[in-house]
Design a protein around this ligand. Structure first.
Ligand code: FE
Length: 210
């Protein structure tokens, strides 16, 4: 079982759980200790670290991915481009950089539901989704979602009908995935800006429906 906790993680907007991994907390403590040492030794400028953290916390993030998805829903030509050459289509909107060198967009349909993992570590498309949530990096998610994806998705509150195929995509250092969720029914008159508000981070990982 994934251990569930509540918290302030942004995936909670729709009541989704995330895992709280004790190993992750250990790693965070070690990172903080290392940071204090390299700053004390004058090897790293703390302002430089702050600006990197600021970039990944504020400039990039799931709102970028949401803008890409909303455009794909409203612009069929862009959607074709996105599905055929995700990296180029995404970069045309200004979203590129580290961990975005090769992004493949995969579309959810009535027949197939897609979900993303990195079984090896925590590869994640930073330019469109920001930094990965803790549960994405947890050993429990990484090992279980490939073995029993339907059970794991159910724990996220997402029950996939047996007629729908579930496909799990394993990210690597070479290719990261962005899931294009199904456009919700009844949104035909909405603008891309309004649609973008409906797109969640977990929807673009495949652990939530919209
Ligand atoms: Fe990885």
């Amino acid at each position: 079982m994934l251990k569930k906790t509540s918290g302030s993680d942004d995936g909670h907007a729709q009541g989704h759980d995330h895992t709280h991994d004790p190993l992750e907390e250990g790693a965070a403590l070690r990172v903080r200790a290392l940071e204090e040492i390299v700053v004390a030794k004058g090897l790293v400028d703390p302002d430089a670290l702050d600006s990197i953290v600021e970039y990944y916390e504020r400039v990039t993030g799931p709102r970028n991915g949401a803008a890409v998805i909303a455009r794909a829903w409203t612009d069929p030509e862009f959607k074709d481009w996105l599905l055929n050459d995700g990296t180029a289509a995404i970069s045309s909107m200004g979203f590129s950089g580290v961990q975005g060198e090769h992004i493949r967009a995969i579309e959810n349909t009535d027949e197939v539901h897609n979900v993303v993992v990195c079984t090896l570590c925590s590869c994640y498309p930073w330019p469109v989704l920001g930094l990965a949530p803790a549960w994405y990096k947890s050993p429990a998610y990484r090992s279980r979602v490939v073995r029993e994806p339907r059970a794991v998705l159910k724990e996220f509150g997402l029950e996939i009908p047996s007629a729908v195929q579930v496909r799990v995509w394993d990210s690597t250092a070479e290719v990261r995935y962005l899931i294009v969720p199904k456009r919700p029914a009844g949104t035909e008159k909405m603008s891309a800006e309004e649609l973008a508000q409906m797109v969640t981070r977990d929807g673009m990982i495949g652990t939530a429906a919209l």
